[in-house]
Unconditional design. Structure first.
Length: 223
C-alpha cells in the first residue's frame, strides 16, 4: 500500500513462494477498507510510519536512522522522521515548529493518523511498515541512483521491478489515472515485493532489538 491523493494505491498479489501468479491494483478510500477486505490479505506491507515516539529524538526512531545509514546519499533523504504522538493532531504546519517536521512529512499527517488510529500490537501480525527505497535497495542490491520522480528514476525502478513482476512496465505506464502518480504505483509494487518476502520468512526489520511505542507497537521498517 502507498498513499495517494485519492486514498491508498494498493497492489494485490497472488503468489507461490515469491513467484507471482497474478497482480492487480486498486485505489481504496481508507486503510480500514483494506483491513476489511474479503478474503483478507495474509500480509499487508504499507509505506507509512507505524509506532511513534513520545518525545522528539534527533534523527527520529532507531529504524529511521538505520534506514538512512543503509541507503546513504542521496536516497537517505527519502527517509523522514515521523511526528511524535503529541503533535499528530496538528492541522497547521506552524503547530509542528520545533519538532523537526518537514513539509513533506506534514503533508501525510492525515494518513499517519488514519493508520495510527487503527493499529494494535495484534494487527502487527499481518501489517508491516516498509519503505520503498529500502525495499529497492534490497531488491536491486544497491540504492537507486536517481530520484523516483524523474524519468530516469522511473525507468531505473521499472527495470528492477520487471525481474519480479512480468509486464509491470506496461501495466504501470498504461494504468495512470487522476488521483495517483507513477511513483505511487511503483512504490506500492515494491512494497508488495517486501510483503511476499515477509510471508516467506525472508524479510527482516532494519533495526535490531525491541523498540515499542506507548501503544505497544513495534517501531520497525521491514525490507
Amino acid at each position: 500500500m502507498d498513499g495517494c491523493s485519492r486514498g491508498w494505491f494498493v497492489v494485490l498479489v497472488n503468489h507461490d513462494h515469491g513467484r507471482v501468479n497474478e497482480t492487480r491494483f486498486e485505489v481504496w478510500d481508507s486503510f480500514k477498507d483494506i483491513l476489511n477486505l474479503t478474503p483478507s490479505p495474509r500480509q499487508i506491507a504499507i509505506d507509512i510510519p507505524i509506532g511513534l515516539l513520545n518525545e522528539r529524538q534527533v534523527g527520529g526512531r532507531e529504524c529511521d536512522r538505520q534506514a538512512r545509514r543503509a541507503l546513504g546519499r542521496p536516497r537517505a533523504s527519502s527517509v523522514f522522521s515521523p511526528p511524535v504522538h503529541k503533535i499528530l493532531p496538528a492541522q497547521e504546519y506552524f503547530q509542528t515548529r520545533g519538532f523537526g517536521i518537514s513539509r513533506q512529512a506534514f503533508g501525510i499527517f492525515p494518513k499517519i493518523r488514519e493508520v495510527d488510529e487503527q493499529m494494535t500490537p495484534e494487527l502487527q501480525k499481518r501489517v508491516y511498515e516498509v519503505h520503498p527505497e529500502l525495499s529497492f535497495w534490497r531488491l536491486a542490491g544497491r540504492a537507486m541512483q536517481y530520484n523516483k520522480k524523474t524519468p530516469e528514476g522511473r525507468e531505473e525502478r521499472l527495470q528492477v521491478l520487471s525481474k519480479t513482476f512480468p509486464g509491470v512496465r506496461e501495466k504501470i505506464l498504461g494504468g495512470k489515472a487522476p488521483g495517483f502518480h507513477y511513483d505511487d504505483m511503483i512504490d506500492a509494487h515494491v512494497a508488495a515485493w517486501t510483503g511476499m518476502r515477509i510471508e516467506n520468512g525472508a524479510a527482516e526489520p532494519i533495526s535490531k532489538g525491541s523498540f515499542l511505542d506507548s501503544k505497544g507497537l513495534r517501531m520497525e521498517i521491514w525490507y
